[in-house]
Design a protein around this ligand. Sequence first.
Ligand SMILES: Nc1ncnc2c1ncn2[C@@H]1O[C@H](COP(=O)(O)OP(=O)(O)OP(=O)(O)O)[C@@H](O)[C@H]1O
Ligand SMILES: [Mg+2]
Length: 353
Amino acid sequence: MTQVTLRDLTKKYSSQVKAVDHLSLEIPAGKITAILGPSGCGKTTLLKLIAGLVPPTSGDIFFDGISQLDIPAEKRGAVMVFQNHLLFPFLSVGDNVAFGLKMRGEPPQLIREQVLQILELVQLAGYEKRQPSQLSGGQQQRAALARALITQPRILLLDEPLSNLDANLREEMRELIFNLQRQQGITTVFVTHDQEEAVMLADQIALVFEGVLQQVGEPRAFYERPANLATARFFGANNILPGFDREGRIDTASGSLQIEENQIPPGPVNLVIRPENIRIVTEKGDRNNIIVGRVRSCIFAGTRTRMKITVEGALLEVVTDASPLRCYQEGETILLFLPPAKLWAYPAKESSV
Ligand SMILES: Nc1ncnc2c1ncn2[C@@H]1O[C@H](COP(=O)(O)OP(=O)(O)OP(=O)(O)O)[C@@H](O)[C@H]1O
Ligand SMILES: [Mg+2]
């Protein structure tokens, strides 16, 4: 099992395009790490840097503490399964999967055995004679995975392995990758722009915007304590209340609010709260953090109800877990409780993506 360390890694394709920007990251051995971020943020470039397919402009890459900068791609033992060009179209599935072992000059009998074994593993037993064009998209993805796995890589790099698949196949493929990884314990890095996918599959997520690492940690942390406003918004915490931090209390247009954790200096802030963390209450009582709103819309969505509520200074989205007995009417006044532990403050000068 191989631990990967990226140290202050930068990749510039030209003076204008900085695809990866001073990025440092520990990729733990034998775990699944997701590189998550919007299109063009440098995810594929990061995988290519690890694989040795493009050289970094500066910084270093270590496998188990050994710098890989002078080690060519084919000697690194990191194999990459690409976003698009999955299989050689002119080779059968079996020959595609056998490719890596043939290149190494392994004996034909051993290659045959291993191909059959690995095809079985990715649930493609019996498909070895087919051409890639005779496979479905999901089967092609699995054959490409088999082609990578057969070489027993130290590190498996998967570029958007679930894209181009419909919902059922995505789930099947997700389970397959998860189970294979757990069985074989290969250090796996996969790239996605889909936060749900990252959360379901990864032990660790590294969120990247414009080549810059925003946050790294367990999936749960991105919901419970996003590192910055942009991260909070990317993970669906889209309610923003501008305010002014007066050491402990935050003055907003909707009143003065308390937050549990306050690590930022006094000054202008943005308060952020997830839609499902806002609670509708019927009376104020002696509680803090109750604000008054007016219902803009209320949509019954099966097991949940989604509301837009105008408060002084902001428009908030509220998602209630169970459906209320009735939908609220447009224009109705409503009381909202914003729990101090679920309200996060970020300096207002932080950019938002
Ligand atoms: N060979 C190249 N030459 C010049 N610029 C490149 C090259 N490859 C990528 N880029 C640029 O580098 C940036 C990052 O590209 P990259 O392919 O790593 O993004 P990505 O996060 O994988 O995007 P997507 O989710 O769309 O696949 C983009 O601005 C892209 O245009
Ligand atoms: Mg890409």
